[in-house]
Design a protein around this ligand. Sequence first.
Ligand code: PMP
Length: 406
Amino acid sequence: MSRWWPATASTWWTRTAGRSYIDCASGTFNLSLGYRHPAVVRAVQDQAEQLIHLTSGFQTGLVNQLAARLVELAPAGLTRAHLKVSGGSTANEGAVKMAQRATGRWEVVTLFRGHHGQTMAMTGLSGNAFRRAVLPPGAGAGLKVPDPYCLRCFYGQDRATCGLMCVDRIGDFLEFASSGSVAAVLIEPVSGNGGNIVPPEGYFARLRELCDAHGLMLIVDEVQTGIGRTGRMFAAEHFDLRPDAMTLGKGLGGSGAPVAAILASDALAGLPAADHAFTHGANLLSAAAALATLEVVADPVFLANVRATGSHILARLRQAQAVYRCVGDVRGLGLMIGVEIVTDRGAPDPGLASQLAAQAMGVGLVLRTSRYGRGNVVKIRPPLILTVGEADLICDRFEALLAARR
Ligand code: PMP
């Protein structure tokens, strides 16, 4: 087994043999502040001296403080925070339960390429049929609809003239393909594992209208996009989106503390906290790490750096696109970037994408591809503490990989 031990807040990890790798997957997209950010380490150490855990049935000042800070930062209308969850999947399940309780309906609309976790229910609601194949009948239930993936539009449309058919047609799905008992739409603002799909302008405004027209709760899964990843505290801000609930996880722990949250509107307030509570929820070490993380990320200078380094990488990758035919669409927001790997004819090339990811270690990069190695999009999501110099290194190394196969 190799070991790694970055000395301080670091975008890198190092093996015993002395080789360094720049981690473009930020662990599992959760090391938003890199390995061992000093503010997080200190907060966890200090808290550990006092108390590690108190069962979430009791109130603690620290957890209340985290709830209040999250509500303060959240988009308008999200007035409540529920922290008794154990991770992103159970945060999503809790938000769904809240929507079900509030509406008295049960079914949930998700996108073809959505990913919402790997509990039984979230595997069922996520795209990727290969993961649902072994679920018992019923566990894979949920209404899946085409993504706002303009480059490969399900309806064969062009954005200039489509009139956002991908939203409008959801009305038909509700009428003809649903159970007739639909509670919510659950959606990632930018798809994390589905290919880094950034919805076109106007998509979320139209989706909000559709939800309002049908009395559906709009839940945004910001487990991957939240806490600065896209250059704003929440990706919803890019789209001026007013969700009924938002889920958080991953990056909230800064340097890997396991913490997640559900933020919800008053309309979703009915679920008793004890009906969605997990042993490791509202953990004090995690709350301390999350508060320290929010302090760092909420700094406008920090978020500006995420946008600047992200734009720098996008610009360089677009230059590479002009040189290497296998580089297709390059897209993203902040440091949530995806690179489509394509054949000479522009078709998705998942085989080549996974080859590149496997070879990346050889040039000192940790790269992952979409849809668990079965997709054609290379994900570039390094820790948000990235410097421009490191951004250049990522691009240099990625280009070296591309050049080596010419
Ligand atoms: N939602 C999204 C968008 C995710 O990317 C993930 C994890 N990959 C989850 C939910 C599930 O989070 P967890 O693994 O913490 O349960």
